[in-house]
Design a protein around this ligand. Structure first.
Ligand SMILES: [Zn+2]
Ligand SMILES: [Zn+2]
Length: 158
C-alpha cells in the first residue's frame, strides 16, 4: 500500500460518489490513466495503472471499465476490427477519427457544434427510433503513418 498514490485527482472522488460508486484506488487509477491518456484499450489502461497498483489484474480493469461506462463516468468507443477504447470525455457526443494504419484515435468535435447527428432524417419506409447516441467514426491515415507511407513510396497519392 503506497501512502501517496500518484496523480490522485479529488474530483474523481466526488464523481464516483455522485454515481453511487465506492471510491477505490483501482477506480481512481483507471480514471486517472484515462484522463491523462484518452482512447486507451483495456490492456493499455492496465499497463499504465500498474505503475501505481502493481497487483491490478486485467480482469479487474475490464470490470471497472464496464462498470464506469455503465455509470456514465467513461465512454466506450468501439472502432471496427479493433478492441474497445475508453475515455473520460463523456456526454458531448463528440466523434472520433481512427488511423486505419496504426490505430491512433483522435477526438473530433461536432462539425456544427451541437450534435447534428442526433436529429436523423428517416428514410421513407423506416420506423423512426428515439436516438440516444449518434456515433460518427472518421477513418483515415494519421500524419505519422502518412509520412512513413510517403517515405516508402514517394509516388503514392491518395
Ligand atoms: Zn497512424
Ligand atoms: Zn474521444
Amino acid at each position: 500500500m503506497e501512502t501517496a498514490p500518484a496523480a490522485h485527482q479529488p474530483h474523481w472522488d466526488a464523481a464516483l460518489r455522485a454515481a453511487g460508486r465506492r471510491v477505490t484506488r483501482q477506480r481512481l487509477a483507471v480514471l486517472g490513466v484515462l484522463e491523462r491518456t484518452p482512447h486507451l484499450e483495456a490492456e493499455a489502461v492496465l499497463r499504465e495503472a500498474r505503475h501505481a497498483l502493481p497487483d491490478l489484474t486485467l480482469q479487474s480493469v475490464y470490470v471497472i471499465l464496464t462498470d464506469l461506462t455503465n455509470s456514465g463516468l467513461l465512454r466506450r468507443i468501439e472502432p471496427p476490427h479493433s478492441p474497445a477504447r475508453y475515455e473520460t470525455r463523456v456526454g458531448d457526443n463528440h466523434h472520433h477519427a481512427i488511423c486505419t494504419s496504426c490505430g491512433r484515435v483522435e477526438d473530433v468535435d461536432c462539425a456544427v457544434g451541437h450534435a447534428p447527428c442526433l436529429t436523423p432524417s428517416w428514410t421513407p419506409g423506416s420506423r423512426p427510433m428515439t436516438i440516444h447516441v449518434a456515433e460518427v467514426l472518421y477513418q483515415g491515415v494519421c500524419s505519422d503513418c502518412l509520412g512513413l507511407a510517403e517515405a516508402a513510396a514517394p509516388e503514392l497519392s491518395s
